[in-house]
Design a protein around this ligand. Structure first.
Ligand SMILES: C[S@@+](CC[C@H](N)C(=O)[O-])C[C@H]1O[C@@H](n2cnc3c(N)ncnc32)[C@H](O)[C@@H]1O
Length: 404
């Protein structure tokens, strides 16, 4: 069985070959004409079947990739302008399993793989990826609000997709994954009602669940005005009595404007600069939608036939921000219109993008040229992107060995 997820458009011959043909991993041919910008950046767009290319690249990329993102055809029986999405379920799942197995080998110990998928095959794919990565390395399922309009032709208007996240090694990924910068909404929660010279702060509960408490966490807090406070039923104080008294003395405990309120801990904005833990619900407001991604591509490549299923740049920006740092290698084995490469480029990551269709040459290269020339759509404003860099284009050619 071929790995390609594209249902072939050409009629297959029914004649069996007389001599069995074995395929070599094949070789990559540098296409100068399709490469652009600064030379030897390490950024690669490769046209060909992903499994064969991963095999050909194996030694170069094994254990090198910090973040893999894939957005394979979802097997939803649709026919798109640039590819078909109609395989039998078993064939589709087998192809994904082979590809994921190969991609896992490319990951660094602290690397992660992010997989876009919808309702149709999500649960079957989850079981297969659990097998490939080990259930202990499953990180989470992200729910992405991919549309804001209502789909009235369906029984239920399906407005979300999933992103399955796996780590090569859960504990290594946990140590190095990035937090997200605090948004305006989070920052606005910090106020300074007591004019604290240390700046804005927000208060959080000073009591915690008593389940794992030690005896030193059960006591009465005496507020500066003499009022006594006991923890609510089933709860205890977050700190021991000694530590709590020290925190009260240095003004880190808030008893309300009048001093009679339930004690709360002051958390200062200046100490929270590390960022926020990413959540698993990603709204259209935060990371955009499929429709907006299409509009972006239309504006960016007005002379090209529209690519039907691009992902929005802000979605890829968030994944790459959490999963990697500048200079890291990002890999997408179903590149489509080149979103992952375009975003990785603007975020100063290295990238390898693999795409079997001719849009690797037509759309991905045209899009990346615009990026290099300072593309002002997508994330350009957020990243203050001014252009620069380059990529090399390769064509994968597979050769057959005929046994004598
Ligand atoms: C859903 S699209 C990816 C869209 C992409 N995320 C974007 O933002 O434009 C899936 C892509 O996978 C490609 N594809 C399918 N099977 C492939 C294979 N075996 N090797 C490489 N690419 C493949 C298709 O041609 C299609 O462009």
């Amino acid at each position: 069985m071929s790995n390609t997820l594209l249902a072939p458009k050409v009629k297959q011959s029914t004649k069996k070959p007389r001599i069995p043909v074995q395929k070599k991993p094949g070789t990559l041919h540098h296409m100068k004409r399709l490469s652009y910008g600064t030379k030897n950046t390490g950024n690669k767009i490769i046209q060909g079947d992903n499994l064969a290319i991963l095999e050909a690249l194996e030694l170069q990329v094994q254990g090198q990739v910090r973040c893999v993102y894939i957005d394979p055809p979802y097997n939803n029986k649709d026919r798109y302008t640039h590819y078909d999405d109609k395989l039998c379920h078993v064939e589709w799942l087998e192809a994904l399993e082979k590809c994921a197995t190969s991609l896992r080998r490319t990951l660094r110990e602290d690397g992660s793989m992010w997989v876009s998928i919808d309702d149709n095959e999500m649960h079957y794919l989850k079981v297969v990826l659990d097998k490939v990565f080990g259930r202990e390395n499953f990180v989470s399922t992200i729910v992405w609000q991919q549309r804001t309009t209502r789909e009235n032709r369906k029984i239920l208007s399906n407005d979300h997709e999933y992103i399955l996240v796996y780590a090569k090694n859960y504990s290594e990924f946990k140590k190095t994954r990035n937090l997200l910068p605090m948004g305006e909404e989070v920052i606005s929660r910090y106020k300074n009602p007591d004019n604290d010279p240390r700046g804005p702060w927000q208060s959080v509960s000073a009591n915690v669940q008593a389940g794992h408490a030690v005896p030193s966490q059960f006591y009465e807090i005496v507020a500066p005005n003499g009022k006594k406070h006991s923890p609510p039923k089933g709860r205890c104080w977050a700190y021991s009595k000694d530590k709590m008294n020290k925190e009260i003395a240095i003004g880190n405990i808030w008893f309300g404007k009048e001093g009679n309120g339930v004690p709360r801990l002051k958390k200062f904005l200046s100490e929270s600069k590390r960022g926020v833990t990413p959540k698993t619900l990603w709204t259209a407001d935060e990371v955009s939608t499929n429709d907006l991604a299409k509009k972006h591509i239309m504006k960016l490549l007005p002379d090209h036939q529209l690519f039907d299923t691009p992902k929005p740049e802000p979605l890829l920006h968030r994944i790459i921000e959490i999963a990697s740092d500048p200079g890291d290698l990002i890999l997408d084995a179903y590149l489509g219109s080149g979103t992952t490469a375009a975003v990785a480029h603007k975020m100063a990551r290295q990238y390898i993008g693999i795409e079997v269709g001719d849009h690797a040459a037509s759309h991905c290269t045209a899009r990346l040229k615009k990026v290099i020339e300072g593309d002002c759509y997508g994330l350009a404003d957020r990243l203050q992107w001014k252009g620069g860099g380059g990529f090399d284009f390769f064509m994968h050619k597979q050769t057959a060995i005929r046994p004598s």
